[in-house]
Design a protein around this ligand. Structure first.
Ligand code: SF4
Length: 286
């Protein structure tokens, strides 16, 4: 499926979206994601929250290698900030499942005592608590973040795995990007993808162990106020089942599933309803 959708890795939000509507997730890749005001507003709030905790890093990548470097470097800096501030935001995490590359960006990491707490922030256009169907996708997302972090902390996904997946030692950033790094004060010893990735993995392994209680916070995107915070326990068996189900789609073992009839209410909120997808579109009686 990755090839068909012109992708090189599976994002954690892809897997979470499969638990809302797998077909919608696929159509987003085939026809382009439709960005509305609510998504824009949510992104702006995330950026605002990030800037409250992390020092903004301005880098303009010119190539794939530059963009990869930027992701690893900003996440490495965010991990360093975690050591001093006990809190950090927007950390890219890497991993694999069934031989596929997995990537995601954790909203917030916080050190509480001897535990690393994982927090996912979700923005809402009003003060209503999301439906259980929405909560499920958020739960899948944050469980996957924890799995990737623990895999990196325990070494089951190490720098070596990253190197072989991304060819970190062979990729070189552009000269223009190197000048940007130099202007930012990045030491030459850290100015290559393999060097920064090694530093990132070292820092990740030095963090306190990720806790098994995960948090989702719902925030009003207009007022910035917290609507509700949910805590739940990570379940290894549930995680394995979630990944097994999701991977069947990526392996091409089944077509993208539309929502079942009892969830066809979701279609009313879908940009593809009645156009690219007519599974639950009412048939006109002639
Ligand atoms: S119309 Fe319904 S079934 Fe089709 S992609 Fe959208 S949410 Fe899924």
């Amino acid at each position: 499926m990755l090839e068909k959708l012109h992708k090189s890795s599976i994002s954690i939000t892809d897997i979470a979206s499969q638990y809302w509507c797998e077909r919608q997730m696929e159509l987003n890749y085939r026809y382009g994601k439709r960005i509305n005001n609510s998504i824009r507003q949510g992104r702006a709030l995330h950026e605002e929250l990030e800037e409250e905790v992390n020092v903004p890093i301005i880098l303009q990548p010119k190539s794939y290698a530059d963009a990869l470097y930027k992701n690893v470097y900003t996440s490495y800096m965010a991990l360093l900030a975690l050591g001093s501030n006990k809190k950090t935001r927007e950390v890219q995490v890497y991993g694999s499942a069934n031989g596929y590359k997995l990537v995601g960006k954790v909203d917030m990491l916080e050190i509480k005592g001897s535990t690393l707490e994982i927090v996912e922030d979700k923005t809402r256009g009003n003060d209503n608590v999301p439906s259980s169907a929405q909560q499920l996708t958020h739960k899948v997302q944050v469980m996957l973040y924890r799995k990737l972090i623990v895999d990196m902390q325990q070494g089951s996904y190490s720098y070596k795995n990253f190197e072989s997946a991304y060819k970190a030692e062979k990729l070189a950033v552009t000269e223009e990007f190197k000048r940007q790094l130099d202007a930012l004060g990045v030491k030459s010893g850290l100015a290559s993808i393999d060097a920064v990735a090694k530093a990132y993995f070292k820092e990740m392994m030095a963090l306190p162990e990720a806790g098994d209680v995960l948090t989702i916070r719902y925030i009003n995107q207009f007022t910035g106020k917290e609507i509700k915070s949910y805590k739940f326990k990570y379940d290894e068996a549930e995680m394995a089942g979630t990944l097994q189900y999701a991977m069947k789609y990526w392996n091409g073992e089944r077509e993208a599933m539309p929502v079942p009839k009892e969830e066809s209410w979701k279609c009313r909120f879908c940009a593809f309803y009645g156009k690219e997808c007519k599974v639950w579109w009412p048939q006109k009686v002639l």
